[in-house]
Design a protein around this ligand. Structure first.
Ligand code: IVH
Length: 670
């Protein structure tokens, strides 16, 4: 392939894939299958690797991330990013509307919108290409988060239609509620602290240094304003419709996310509607925004120092109740982390009865300055977990006792530790602290782990207390007689239990890895590790560098995996599981042949019949091994077009044989 051909194909694929991306994510109306999309993306990736000089800044390959930002550069906003005047009172909305009517003589139109609860962003486009994305910062300058924003699939990299040459579009990046729950569920499973609300998670995600992490997280964005000089637009509503034409995802008109009206009644109806309906939205809002539609009228009204006079936010009150803090208990998790939980006098809040609230950690208790018997204010944080937001000091009894954080584990009395940089206290007695031992077992038998459904939490506790099971490997040596004598067990349930223990020996290696409960190794990480390390011994021996070379595995996980396998107790556990017949290695892939057995290949350059990944797969399917760099151990180099001169040089020096694509195909077929 010549450079010119590569350039043309890169351009064609970039355009084509950006178009299909828009159809899929913005229009929800794809024209090609996911498989076709992935194949083309793959091809583009290969071409870009070989001809990096032609890779465009708006390439759809940027969507998968990969760029690392060590420190986000500070960028001055071309137009300051102001905030909105806001109110919780409907009267003030009426006053605002009256003021507008007094200053503007012509008929006034308003646009009512949702006030998305996320992170504000300004995205600049030049000649239809996304060039920069900057956070609000202090309103005058913000942080350059372009690489991360490019991974958000609903934000176009290349515009279509009659877009202005140079403009900025502003909006709110947010985390959909469903993805937020999924994320927290994963963190709970890993015994990591949960995100308080979708907004914190969105802002934390946007500031990640590794854009691949951002790409994997499912952020979304709604846009609410266009800024530029000499724009071919006369009103806000028109700007929204134009934005749609250019390829942006805009608020859904049919769902009443945005509504045009010319009266205060229309405004009030919108407020009323969303105050009731907001709980059913797939994302969070904290109010609605009312804007004067016409740009000329906006200009006439102008700005105060901080905010436009032509817009106002009506914020919804978060429901808050007052109740009694009866006691604080401390729970011990599977990894020994201590969570303080407040027991409250039962109270109605947002349609449910609330009896408990998480206090998270010692700092939170300190911050709230809690005393036992306090009358506390409770809100639903992010509409999800109730939290204590303050204390009614007037009601505090003179002799009340401060809530002290415990110094010793409530379950095993071991002195607690607080590791540097962590906000939680831990009980270090992981081997014998009962809830830690049984917690690990519960995790082991859970549906996503070994799926031992004949065994419940209560039985685990009984087995542990009876001294029959000290760790998960002991489950595999239980006998019928041992089990049938437990409380509430009969012949049938005992048999069920033993059968489901037996069946768990078929659970695949990657799930066993997850079930072991290695800190920070959730479902996804376990899968990645299992794919890279064919069996548990290879994983146990993996060096730090080998571990962090795996996609999405960082230092924290690598350290945790290594320390797990260093423990003598864990080594013994693995041996017992092996003896029991639990799957500790991946299923051997069916080979098409063993033609390449014992051979090491280096694949380099661009090929015409295969993509590079396809070629590597052919090698592995026939028993060969792919290695990344040329050494004396390399058997063959398969060289496509444009193999670098340095590689060629090295190959010649080491006397490694070089196969062209055609020679490789002949070799395979003979
Ligand atoms: S218009 C001059 N529209 O609320 C400000 N803002 O305090 C123009 N926000 O930082 C902003 N939804 O991040 C506007 N539909 C919406 C909005 C919205 C959320 C945020 C925005 C801004 C803050 C204003």
């Amino acid at each position: 392939m010549t450079a010119l051909e590569a350039k043309q194909e890169i351009e064609r694929l970039t355009k084509e894939l950006n178009y299909h991306n828009h159809l899929y994510y913005v229009e929800s109306n794809p024209e090609i299958t996911d498989y076709d999309f992935d194949m083309r993306l793959n091809r583009l990736q290969v071409l870009e690797q070989n001809f990096p000089e032609f890779a465009s800044e708006i390439s759809p390959t940027k969507r998968v991330g990969g760029d690392i930002t060590k420190k986000f550069a500070s960028i001055k906003h071309r137009f300051p990013m102001l905030s909105l005047g806001n109110t919780y009172s409907r009267e003030e909305i009426i006053d605002w509307e009256n003021r507008i009517k007094k200053s503007i003589e012509t008929k006034i139109e308003y646009v009512c919108e949702l006030k998305y609860d996320g992170v504000a962003i300004g995205i600049a486009y030049e000649n239809g290409k996304l060039v920069r994305a900057v956070t609000r910062g202090d309103g005058t300058s913000g942080e350059d988060v372009t690489a991360n924003v490019k991974t958000i699939k609903t934000i176009p990299l290349q515009l279509q239609g009659d877009y202005p040459k140079d403009f900025e579009i502003r909006g709110e990046i947010f985390y959909p509620i469903a993805s937020f729950h999924k994320m927290n569920e994963e963190r709970r499973e890993n015994d990591e602290s949960e995100y308080a609300n979708p907004r914190n998670l969105a802002s934390g995600t946007l500031k990640q240094q590794d854009s691949r992490i951002v790409a994997s997280r499912g952020l979304d964005c709604f846009l609410y304003g266009i800024y530029g000089e000499d724009l071919p637009i006369n009103s806000h509503f028109e700007s929204v419709l134009k934005a749609k034409e250019w390829g942006f995802k805009i608020p859904v008109l049919a769902e009443n996310y945005i509504h045009k009206t010319d009266s205060i009644d229309g405004i009030m109806e919108f407020i009323e509607y969303w105050d009731k309906q907001r709980e059913n939205l797939p994302f969070e809002i904290d109010g609605v925004v009312i804007k004067v539609n016409n740009y000329e009228a906006q200009q006439e009204l102008g700005f105060t120092a901080k905010s436009p006079r032509w817009a106002i936010a009506y914020k919804f009150k978060t429901e808050r109740v007052e109740t009694l803090l009866e006691s604080v208990v401390f729970q011990v998790g599977r990894t020994g982390s201590i969570t303080p939980v407040a027991n409250l006098k039962a109270v109605q809040l947002g349609g449910t009865v609330v009896r408990r609230a998480s206090l998270h950690n010692a700092d939170q208790i300190e911050k709230n300055d809690l005393y036992l018997g306090d009358s506390v204010y409770v809100e639903k944080g992010g509409e999800i977990i109730p939290k204590i937001v303050g204390v009614n000091l007037e009601k505090r009894a003179a002799n009340a006792h401060k809530v002290d954080f415990i110094t010793h584990c409530p379950e095993c009395q071991t002195e607690l530790v607080r590791r540097e940089g962590e906000s939680n206290h831990f009980c270090p007695n992981e081997k014998a602290c009962p809830p830690q031992v049984t917690g690990r077992m519960e995790h082991f038998i859970a549906r996503k782990g070994m799926n031992i459904d004949g065994l419940g939490v209560e039985t685990i506790v009984q087995l542990f207390q009876a001294g029959l099971v000290k760790n998960v490997a002991d489950l595999y040596t239980l006998t019928f007689d041992q089990v049938v004598n437990l409380d509430r067990m009969a012949d049938r349930s005992a048999n069920n239990l033993l059968q489901s223990v037996e069946a768990s020996k078929q659970i695949p290696y990657e799930r066993v890895l997850f079930a072991l409960g290695i800190r920070f190794v959730g479902e996804t990480v376990a899968k990645k590790l299992a794919t890279k390390f064919d069996n548990i011994d290879l994983l146990a021996q993996a060096s730090f560098d080998e571990l962090i070379a795996v996609d999405e595995i960082g230092e924290r996980i690598a350290i945790s995996v290594q320390s797990y396998f260093l423990e003598e107790e864990h080594k013994q556990l693995i041996e017992k599981l092996r003896l029991a017949g639990v799957q500790l290695q991946g299923v051997k892939k069916e080979l098409l042949s063993n033609k390449f057995e014992g051979m090491n290949f280096v694949v380099s350059g661009v090929f015409s019949t295969f993509s590079r990944d396809e070629l590597k797969k052919v090698i592995e399917d026939n028993g060969g091994k792919n290695v990344s760099s040329i050494s004396a151990k390399t058997t063959y180099i398969v060289a496509g077009e444009n193999m670098g001169p340095a590689k060629l040089d090295k190959a010649t020096k080491l006397g490694v044989s070089i196969l062209t694509e055609q020679e490789f195909i002949e070799f395979l077929n003979n």
